[in-house]
Design a protein around this ligand. Structure first.
Ligand SMILES: [Cu+2]
Length: 155
């Protein structure tokens, strides 16, 4: 009997530990959140990448609101919009390159997005889930040090 209680206690602890670890990794019920969201009320947010800046540098988003985040590189070099922690904190619908010649990709989550120089555009469709402030950087060479940093805050 005593051995059984110890076993159950350990099993409970193991379940808590594994669910906490999963929560840190990414939003696992994205499909339900995306399906329940009102995409008629989707808001479009535009960010331009260039040497060496994000415009705007800081985004304020609302949890539960569906978004299309359009990332356009108007610069003369390739740039990343990397927000690994933010990207794990949201419910992803898809990532696409614009119509009519683009395509879309669906995945549980993404870690980085690159937009190619001279007009490259990537569109992210998602619903913010977790509140907080998240860092954005361009991870190419010394672009971060030159000013390609920003933030996304979710209220
Ligand atoms: Cu860059």
């Amino acid at each position: 009997m005593r051995a059984l209680i110890i076993t159950l206690a350990f099993a409970g602890w193991a379940m808590l530990a594994s669910s906490a670890a999963t929560a840190q990794e990414y939003v696992t019920n994205s499909a339900d959140i995306v399906k329940a969201a009102n995409w008629e009320a989707m808001q479009t947010v535009n960010v331009e990448l260039s040497e060496h800046d994000f415009e705007p540098k800081h985004l304020k988003l609302k949890a539960g609101q569906p978004y299309r985040l359009v990332i356009k590189n108007t610069g003369e070099a390739d740039h990343y919009y990397t927000a690994a922690e933010f990207f794990r904190s949201i419910a992803w619908r898809k990532v696409q390159t614009p119509r009519p010649h683009g395509g879309e990709v669906k995945a549980p989550y993404f870690t980085a997005v690159e937009a190619y120089k001279k007009g490259g555009t990537v569109e992210l469709f998602f619903v913010p889930v977790k509140k907080g402030s998240f860092e954005v950087v361009c991870t190419i060479d010394d672009h971060k040090e030159k000013g390609m940093t920003g933030s996304i805050s979710v209220d």
